[in-house]
Design a protein around this ligand. Structure first.
Ligand code: GYE
Length: 347
């Protein structure tokens, strides 16, 4: 049936996501969820031995529309729901945790079967998740994580290893700048403060560059994962005396890097050579920028989580157990591999 109920404004994307991509390195079927073992969490809802006859209703609180990654993520979820016959009720929280709480309470009132949440920040979820638990509705955490003491408050967390993404970015920079004489000054464009990807991409990167004391993060610029903020922050930075300009830009996502590229070009510099740039996500636009030499490397973060979310939702409703954590395999792209990667970009 696949009836779609959504009040979410989806930005028109030219891409048709086929729903089966799980790695940036080529098409793969969504992996079968592994069989039950002792490390898996029992599902808290009443399991049924037979597949339910009514369509499963999934309430999903999406956090916003801040980036191309986010829009690809939303499209993947909408398409996957349609393809798998899950009725999706989706709400856009526009970066507000309070709005996420409201959406979740409305899902409880509507007695949806499963609630999925892409949390804008990682703190402050315990009370609302207790409410959901009391209502007996299983929860899937998607994309970003929540920091809760009681692990029984959600069934599984499907999302990337952001710390590892930061490590990959750090290793790339250490290698790229290994012959650079003297100190290497790095500007870091941070994503949404308090969000798991921003916290962990920052930590992973810093822990890695510690290996060489010449590498220092000299400018920390919060830019909320948006292209506009990336541009504004870089403009302001380049108004400082030349001696303070960084040699490297590490952006927590592609959109902020692309905004910064505009500011760097406006200042008469060549992004990618006058300033080495690395970002995270792997959107088609960033890959195009790499081909043009304006971004040096991009760490992949896969937004196409829809098929796995639907699969997990169905597994929960069938009473099966799931791994507590599901992480997609991810790569790093450089200018050398960008052209090949561009042929196959799905987002
Ligand atoms: O990297 C960024 C988006 O949570 C992984 O959020 C996601 C991040 C992604 O706005 O582009």
């Amino acid at each position: 049936m696949g009836k779609l109920i959504t009040r979410f404004m989806i930005m028109a994307l030219p891409l048709l996501l086929t729903g089966c991509m799980w790695s940036g390195t080529g098409p793969q079927a969504v992996p079968e969820l592994p069989p039950v073992n002792s490390t898996r969490e029992p599902v808290s809802s009443q399991p049924t031995s037979e597949a339910p006859t009514d369509p499963i209703v999934l309430g999903f609180s999406q956090l916003g529309t801040e980036s191309n990654w986010r829009n690809a993520n939303t499209t993947s979820i909408v398409d996957a729901a349609e393809e798998s016959g899950v009725t999706l009720i989706m709400e856009n929280a526009e970066q507000s945790q309070e709005k996420q709480f409201e959406a979740i309470r409305s899902f409880i009132q509507r007695r949806v079967d499963v609630i999925a949440i892409a949390p804008v920040v990682q703190e402050g979820w315990e009370p609302i998740l207790q409410e959901v638990k009391q209502a007996g509705i299983p929860v899937i955490i998607l994309d970003r994580s929540v920091n809760v003491r009681d692990g029984s408050l959600y069934v599984t967390f499907i999302g990337s290893d952001f710390y590892e993404e930061g490590v990959k970015a750090g290793k790339y920079i250490l290698d790229k700048m290994r012959n650079f004489p003297g100190p290497v000054s790095i500007a870091e464009l941070e994503g949404t403060l308090g969000s798991t990807p921003s916290i962990d991409r920052g930590r992973g990167f810093r822990d890695t560059i510690k290996a060489d004391s010449r590498f220092q993060v000299t400018h920390v610029l919060p830019a909320d994962f948006t292209e506009e903020q990336g541009r504004i922050r870089m403009e302001t930075l380049l108004e400082k005396p030349k001696a303070e300009w960084p040699q490297v830009l590490y952006a927590h996502n592609d959109d902020m890097a692309i905004g910064a590229v505009e500011a760097i070009e406006q200042a008469g510099l060549n992004p990618g050579s006058d300033m080495i740039i690395i970002s995270v996500d792997g959107t088609r636009r960033a890959v195009d920028y790499m081909i043009q030499g304006k971004i040096n490397a991009v760490v992949e973060c896969n937004p196409l989580l829809g098929p796995l979310l639907m699969q997990a939702t169905k597994e929960i409703m069938a009473g099966r157990t799931l791994p507590k954590r599901m992480v997609p395999p991810e790569d790093i792209f450089t200018q050398e591999t960008a052209a090949m990667e561009a042929q196959d970009r799905k987002y």
